[in-house]
Design a protein around this ligand. Structure first.
Ligand code: ZN
Length: 185
């Protein structure tokens, strides 16, 4: 299973590389990786398991974060009820087909399992996206996401392109964002 020891941290050049497209059918180790990425997120959101293995809670984990430079990421945005997540998918070769002009940022800023320090500041992203991805069997999916799930997916896709969340923070004034940016509590 993936633990915090498996996850590479900023400074590792793999996090700055553009990850490679996957081809179907996926290889066995790629299917296993998809399972392991999602399992980590599930474990990290389970209070007991997280405590036992000292896992930081996460809502997304991309393959490059475990040193596999391929275009795969798991996303698990929990809902109000434990077994009804808002968005739970392993995304293979995800692409943003279109995006809103409207920007949104989390009022508290963002964090990352590969970044062990707090980097304060707004991370402006598109408030709404139309996302395409492939599942493990190569089936194509399209979904429209907005606000928090949209932000999480953009953070994860950034990982596939060698981008970290703080790259988007205004260096001089971290808590400023382009005019009209929606701040999400
Ligand atoms: Zn991250």
């Amino acid at each position: 299973m993936i633990t915090m020891d498996t996850i590479i941290r900023e400074g590792n050049p793999i996090l700055r590389a553009r990850a490679a497209q996957l081809t179907f059918p996926l290889k066995d180790d790629e299917r296993q990786l998809a399972h392991d990425l999602m399992e980590f997120l599930e474990n990290s959101q389970d209070e007991e398991i997280a405590k036992k293995y000292r896992l930081r809670a996460g809502v997304g984990l991309a393959a490059p974060q475990v040193a596999v430079s391929k275009r795969m990421t798991a996303v698990l945005v929990p809902g109000e009820e434990p077994d009804k997540p808002i968005f739970k998918h392993v995304l293979i070769n995800p692409t943003i087909l279109s995006e809103s002009v409207q920007l949104a940022a989390l009022a508290e800023g963002e964090g990352c399992l590969s970044v062990d320090r707090d980097v304060p500041g707004y991370v402006p992203r598109h408030a709404r996206i139309k996302l395409r991805w492939f599942d493990l069997d190569g089936e194509e999916h399209v979904a429209r996401l907005q606000n928090y799930p949209a932000i999480v997916v953009q953070h994860e896709i950034d990982h596939l392109n060698g981008i970290l969340f703080f790259d988007h923070i205004n260096k001089d004034n971290p808590f400023t964002a382009p005019e009209g940016t929606l701040l999400l509590e």
